[in-house]
Design a protein around this ligand. Structure first.
Ligand SMILES: [Zn+2]
Length: 152
């Protein structure tokens, strides 16, 4: 029988009700692509610097113009935590879940947050190679999640 802190458990998904988007002119293209299960990363058209999350001005050259570049969704875990305690009793069935910060190669170290899926808690480590899996949620929205890449 597993206990609440059993590291042999598989990560669950956070309850869909905690997912809430407030897109703006800078982030809407990301979510539009996500809805079609495409990962895109904004890149400054003036100097080529990727900037995720998207921002009004390039942190390097201050230009505003960006282009959205497709990414294959493969990366490596930069950081993560294991959420054992639900903030609300209603979402108690969704713990433990594992939000992970994943660094995307070839993007000047852009990082994207998503929950781990198909992952045993004891297998989590910094540097774990992962691949993106889109999670469809209510309202035609898809959010990124991660699972260990083949061979991990
Ligand atoms: Zn720039």
């Amino acid at each position: 029988m597993s206990t609440a802190y059993d590291a042999d458990q598989v990560a669950k998904l956070p309850d869909e009700r905690i997912i809430s988007l407030t897109p703006d002119v800078w982030t809407q293209p990301f979510w539009d692509a996500a809805a079609h299960h495409r990962l895109v990363v904004p890149r400054c058209t003036a100097c080529g610097t990727f900037r995720l999350p998207p921002s009004a001005f390039c942190w390097k050259c201050r230009a505003q113009e960006i282009e959205w570049v497709e990414h294959d969704g493969r990366g490596a875990v930069y950081s993560f935590t294991i959420v054992w305690h639900p903030l609300l009793p209603d979402v108690a069935d969704s713990v433990p879940y594992v939000p992970a910060v994943v660094e995307l190669p070839n993007t000047n170290a852009c990082r994207l947050v998503g929950a781990m899926v198909d992952t045993r808690l004891s297998d989590m480590r910094i540097g774990l190679n992962v691949e993106l899996v889109w999670r469809d949620v209510e309202g035609g929205v898809a959010v990124p999640t991660w699972r260990p890449a083949e061979g991990e």
